[in-house]
Design a protein around this ligand. Structure first.
Ligand code: FAD
Length: 823
């Protein structure tokens, strides 16, 4: 059995020790710098509210797994999980409306719940002042987890299976050699003058919680985007009305209460009320501001507890008293600023550390997801198959080009600020804007671009310069108030202009890598589902799969030379995958930062290009899925005849220094051909009309190509490729298909549940959705059971508690003959 060392016995480390030993690993050691089992980390202090519903499906699944594991468990006669239920109240119309959206999310991910009226809220929470309450959202299976007890219970289970759990021992070094982890160095706490001991290990997993950024920075040498933050939590003195209501072993009877309009949450603690406050300024901490193990040993003050900053907390206490009249006249007893980790996107930091076999992270995890995360990481380590979509969990999802201490601090502070906000899925980040600008940025500003943000890049969503085109539309699309946020009917005009004339889209931010060196072709042949050993200048669409045949990414591969390829990827995870798989001599480097990228698409694209180049860009001279280095207006450009919007045209990649010159030439030449600049909103609508998938939104490693409708991009006749053997075995259990809403004037945004009419359990959920402006249809791609995925099947999509009739369609909805793209 491999020798495993886990750093940290919080709720994550303990759960992981339990899961690894349950999977038969017999040599597992956990070191914690603090005493057992109350180590002084976040898990020693979490009040343990576990609300399962999350905008992200995977995060909900992890929460469900945590609760399933702890259901019915007890330690020393005390429960670990009590499903008291969760109650979210609305005191504003906006929140009341949003509760309906939350009901949809819950239905999509399989969390039971119901919308209730104020009277029912009052019945469930006797004593709640419902005078300002407009309604509630009740999730009966949510519950309280005693996190410190969960640590002990899981650690003891691991110990029973032979694990060693060692307290007061700090890991001060992670040793690596020959691309492998070899062990850790530990010192006792307090260390005194002791020399570190070396403990050999084949697998080391850091579960260091709020010390995680320091472990990465100091012991591993890289910056990890997770941010310890202070968060106010306090207790009332005993409440007269609760006297005798709960015996200590009950602890709580009424549901956990969330009053999100005030960023406040509450629960019973026997005869007290515990109050958590997100309503205060973000208080991010540097590692140096968190007590080290020696200081904890010397002072006894838990590192994850800082003194309560009363000015931050006072408004929440007052609001709690307003909401719960039983608290009026009751003293505030005690409180603290607890410390736990936030991340720029709210996701955890899991996964293997590239370049060092056997080294893993499992950090930035809440109690809510803890046991689920441990199961996933244990599966990932033991079998190589995490069994769940990992693209939002893997810490490598962040582009190193944006990760810095400032990025982490600002974006995590934003996450803190917004934790209970009604947040539209398309709302762009407000902090650290302008971090990355494409070479064309100034031109975009001149055209009145409205920008969104992705991967640090400023990305045009639509251009106000195109506002006049809206008047020329036969029908101007309208949207309800929610769907109209971060949207403009200009997107429809830009989509139409793309199909009728020509448009320039920004592609700079699309992640691209160059892979080169002897052995590159063999590497890509092994990783890709399609044949890449094609003539130089050919472009190939294919997928990279995991061992189980799940989709890791769909990519566009351009053969530039015998052993040199450009790959259009889905982000840093692909770069890491390619780098990890690459043999010596094969190099992988990111191209996005040093280039400008444009999509020149539309029926007039060729006319524009012809006027600027001597190269042959005719259909015969420059065929579909071909690439050439061509001269456009004196600038050397890598042109790919492909189009994500389904139109004639080219992707044009140019070095950053030439980029604006190229833009100006195209813009000028395009004037007689009706050229416009177009943004991402039009882009997304057009790609859905054409049925082109977006990895991460439409499909993940949970799906096979056949399930995702991408069998055409798998060549089973090809020599072995990663995942091929598994594909042959895997049945199709779900299918991604397009629905159109029967009322084309309505639109949904994604993640909505899909129902068979007249039934109450969702049969599937929407992935990407948008108006198909140029086909007069409202499109919603959805995962459905195969038996409900045939064209013509009538279903319903629930949107804010309203059932919208919808029908499964044959795809693609636009140009199935490929006439537009091949002209
Ligand atoms: P921790 O519990 O911090 O454990 C990390 C461990 O690593 C520590 O024991 C530490 O001593 C050890 N360690 C670190 N470095 C080393 C080293 N070099 N050598 C040896 N040992 C090391 N979550 C919810 O889901 N719901 C809630 O309602 C909730 N509310 C919260 C309220 C408060 C006030 C706080 C503080 C947290 C709350 N959380 C909540 C968050 C939750 O507590 C944490 O996210 C979770 O406990 C983190 O667990 P962990 O195991 O990653 O980290």
């Amino acid at each position: 059995s491999p020798r495993v060392v886990i750093i940290g016995l919080g709720v994550v480390g303990a759960a992981l020790a339990d899961e690894l030993t349950a999977r038969g690993l017999t040599d597992v050691t956990v070191f914690d710098q603090g005493p057992l089992y109350i180590t002084g980390g976040s898990s020693s202090h979490a009040p343990g509210f576990v609300f399962q519903t999350n905008g992200d499906r995977t995060m909900t699944q992890l929460a469900q797994r945590t609760l399933d594991k702890l259901d019915g468990v007890s330690l020393n006669g005390q429960w670990l999980l009590k499903r008291v239920g969760g109650l979210e109240i609305a005191t504003t119309d906006e929140r009341l409306h949003d509760l309906k959206r939350r009901r949809g999310l819950a239905a999509s991910w399989g969390v039971p719940g119901e919308l209730i009226d104020p009277d029912e809220c009052a019945r469930l929470w006797p004593g709640l002042d419902v005078s300002g309450v407009l309604g509630g959202w009740l999730t009966p299976t949510d519950g309280i987890v005693k996190s410190a007890a969960a640590v002990q219970w899981q650690a003891e289970r691991a110990q029973d299976r032979g694990a060693r759990i060692v307290g007061n021992t700090r890991v001060v070094g992670i040793e690596r050699s020959g691309g492998r982890v070899t062990g850790v160095k530990v010192v006792p706490v307090p260390a005194g003058s002791a020399e570190p001991d070396f403990v050999p290990a084949d697998i080391v997993i850091s579960c260091a919680g709020l010390w995680g950024p320091g472990v990465s920075r100091d012991l591993l040498g890289f910056e990890l985007p997770m941010q310890p933050m202070e968060h106010g939590f306090g207790y009332s003195a005993p409440v007269p009305s609760l006297k005798g209501a709960n015996v200590p072993t009950d602890e709580a009877k009424r549901p956990m209460l969330r009053h999100q309009d005030f960023s406040l949450y509450l629960r019973e603690y026997v005869d007290r009320i515990g109050i958590g406050a997100y309503n205060h300024r973000p208080i991010p901490l540097e590692q140096s501001e968190i007590a080290d193990a020696d200081t904890f040993a010397a002072t006894g003050v838990h590192p994850a507890m800082h003194p309560l900053t009363w000015d931050d907390f006072a408004p929440s206490w007052e609001e709690a008293q307003r909401l719960l009249p039983e608290l009026r006249g009751v003293e505030f007893e005690s409180g603290f600023n607890g410390i736990f980790s936030f991340t720029p996107d709210g996701g955890p930091m899991l996964g293997p550390v590239p370049g060092t076999d056997g080294l893993w992270l499992a950090q930035a995890v809440w109690v809510t997801q803890s046991a689920g995360v441990a199961q996933v990481v244990a599966d990932w380590i033991v079998s190589g198959d995490p069994g769940i979509d990992t693209h939002g969990l893997d810490f490598n999802r962040f582009d190193p080009a944006v990760v810095s201490r400032r990025f982490t601090r600002e974006r995590s502070s934003e996450s803190y600020d917004e934790v209970y906000d009604v947040r539209h899925p398309h709302t762009p980040t407000q902090r650290l804007r302008g971090l990355r600008r494409t070479p064309f940025h100034q031109r975009y500003e001149e055209l009145g671009a409205v920008f969104g943000e992705g991967g640090g890049w400023e990305r045009p969503l639509w251009f106000e310069a195109n506002a006049g085109l809206v008047d020329q539309l036969d029908t101007v699309p309208v949207r309800d108030e929610w769907a109209a946020q971060n949207w403009s009917p200009i997107a429809a005009a830009e989509a139409h202009a793309t199909r009728s004339a020509v448009a320039l889209y920004d592609l700079t931010a699309l992640p691209r890598v160059e892979v080169f060196g002897p052995g590159t072709t063999a590497l890509l042949q092994r990783l890709l589902t399609t044949n890449v050993d094609v003539a130089i200048g050919r472009v190939v669409y294919g997928m990279m799969l995991d061992e189980q045949g799940g989709i890791l990414s769909d990519v566009t591969v351009t053969r530039l030379d015998t052993e040199r390829y450009m790959i259009g990827t889905n982000g840093n995870l692909d770069l890491v995958h390619l780098t990890t798989q690459a043999p010596e001599g094969v190099w992988v480097r990111s191209l996005s930062s040093g280039q400008g990228g444009l999509g020149l698409w539309g029926p007039n694209a060729r006319a524009v290009l012809e006027s600027l180049t001597h190269d042959d860009v005719s259909n015969e001279g420059f065929g579909f899925f071909r690439a050439k280095q061509i001269d456009i207006a004196g600038v050397s450009v890598l042109a790919l005849r492909v189009s994500y919007v389904g139109e004639l045209g080219w992707e044009l990649y140019v070095s950053a220094d030439n980029a604006v010159f190229l833009w100006d030439a195209l813009w000028e030449a395009g004037q007689t051909h009706g050229i416009i600049a177009a943004g991402r909103r039009a882009f997304n609508a057009l790609r859905l009309e054409k049925g082109y998938r977006a990895f991460g939104h439409d499909m993940t490693r949970e799906h096979t190509p056949a399930e995702a409708g991408l069998s055409f991009a798998v060549r089973m006749a090809k020599d072995d490729f990663l995942g091929k053997a598994a594909l042959a075995e895997r049945p199709v259990t779900t299918r991604l298909v397009p629905l159109t809403l029967d009322d084309p004037t309505r639109v949904v945004l994604g993640s909505e549940p899909v129902f068979v009419p007249g039934t109450t359990d969702a049969v599937g959920y929407v992935t990407s959705a948008d108006q198909g402006y140029t086909i007069g249809a409202s499109i919603a791609y959805a995962w459905l059971p195969p038996e409900l995925a045939d064209p013509g099947t009538t279903l319903e999509v629930e949107y804010f508690a309203e059932r919208l009739p919808a029908t499964v369609r044959t795809e693609p909805l636009f140009d199935p003959e490929m006439a537009a793209i091949r002209r």
